[in-house]
Design a protein around this ligand. Structure first.
Ligand code: NAD
Length: 328
């Protein structure tokens, strides 16, 4: 009957639904996120999503071209305006990621803390290796490797102190597999993987997690090489939710690599063959290796493993310490 109805309970429910219309939604209220290169492309969508979910966001962007030329405030300002117009909290920062401490300063000055760092800023200087100059190499490494390092280095002491941090670094499939014309970029992107994995180890005790993503997205960076249907199918909106998940307090995943794009997400790991241990009490000659090459490179003999740490990796090397040939 009406008299038995728990009106107060129902009102409570209605109120909480109004405040959070999507129960179970991963919220970021009270959290501060810094997204580098957030004036365009994938980074812009990260910033919009994190702000929509309640985070205060530092929208960093130098505002240059996709080859790293020039700079302008408009790129970051536009995204900040978009976030504010939707009722979110954001401030702009226009420094290069190479001045990482300035980006983190902006977060601390505006919002008093830094919880999430998404290292996303990036440029390309594609050229065949024969034609690549030192400048092409250095510029790409400065933005991706040194930039990611400098931003993270500045955020790290805050994260250690508050015993909380979420770091997402941006690699690329070409950093895992290589690509014609991208010796500089692919090497820089591979560095992201090892950097994240080491931070994952050093951050574990302090509830700092670090992961790497290899995104695929239709942006100005890829629009020049993709037909329009493909740009549409690869909307950054399909990448951003993974970054939000990896940036959330409920996420415990760390030291992992994810390939993501077009709404498809998968984790990547190393695989190693069972290997061949040669006796160490007699000389190891190149021809010994040649004669066992098929075994050394065989992933399908049931002995392949997936090492997940340097210790894990070393165990097989160490196991060969006692491999002595006692045969006649
Ligand atoms: P984008 O060019 O659309 O956006 C990158 C943004 O970074 C730009 O707004 C640019 O101004 C900014 N930026 C460049 N140098 C900067 C610096 N020194 N300091 C601050 N900001 C700087 O590119 P995108 O496609 O959105 O790429 C985002 C990230 O994802 C990059 O790291 C890129 O290498 C990586 N990635 C993209 C794809 C893809 O398919 N789009 C694939 C693999 C990896």
């Amino acid at each position: 009957s009406l008299a038995d109805t728990d009106w107060i309970g129902l009102l409570e429910k209605a109120r909480s639904l109004r405040e959070n219309p999507n129960p179970g939604e991963l919220r970021f209220d009270g959290r501060v996120a810094l997204v580098t290169g957030a004036g365009n492309g994938i980074g812009r969508i990260y910033a919009l999503l994190l702000a929509k979910l309640g985070a205060s966001v530092v929208v960093n962007d130098l505002g240059g071209s996709h080859t790293g030329v020039g700079g302008a405030h408009a790129a970051a300002d536009k995204v900040v305006d978009e976030i504010r117009a939707a009722g979110g909290k954001a401030v702009a920062n226009y420094d290069s990621v190479e001045d990482g401490d300035k980006l983190v300063d902006t977060a601390i000055k505006a919002f008093g803390r830094i919880d999430i760092v998404v290292n996303n800023a990036g440029i390309l200087r594609d050229k065949s290796f024969a034609r690549m100059t030192d400048a092409d190499w250095d510029l790409v490494h400065r933005v991706h490797v040194r930039g990611t390092y400098k931003v993270t280095k500045a955020a790290w002491p805050h994260m250690l102190k508050q015993k909380y941090g979420r770091i997402i670094n941006t690699a690329s499939a070409v950093g895992l597999y290589g690509n014609f014309g991208q010796a500089n970029y692919s090497a820089a992107k591979a560095a992201m993987v090892a950097f994240s994995n080491t931070l994952a180890l050093e951050g574990r005790k302090s509830n700092i997690i670090a992961n790497t993503i290899a995104p695929n997205a239709g942006t100005r960076m890829t629009a020049t090489v993709m037909p329009p249907e493909m740009v549409e199918a690869l909307k950054p909106d399909y990448v951003a939710p993974l970054v939000a998940f990896l940036g959330h307090e409920s996420c415990k995943e760390t030291g992992s690599i994810f390939e993501v794009g077009s709404g498809w997400i998968a984790k990547v790991r190393w695989q190693r063959t069972g290997g061949v241990g040669f006796p160490i009490n007699r000389p190891l000659l190149p021809e010994h290796i040649a004669s066992r090459w098929a075994e050394i490179t065989n992933f399908n003999d049931g002995r392949a493993t997936h090492p997940i740490s340097t210790q894990d990796s070393f165990a097989a090397v160490q196991a060969n310490f006692d491999n002595k040939d006692t045969g006649a």
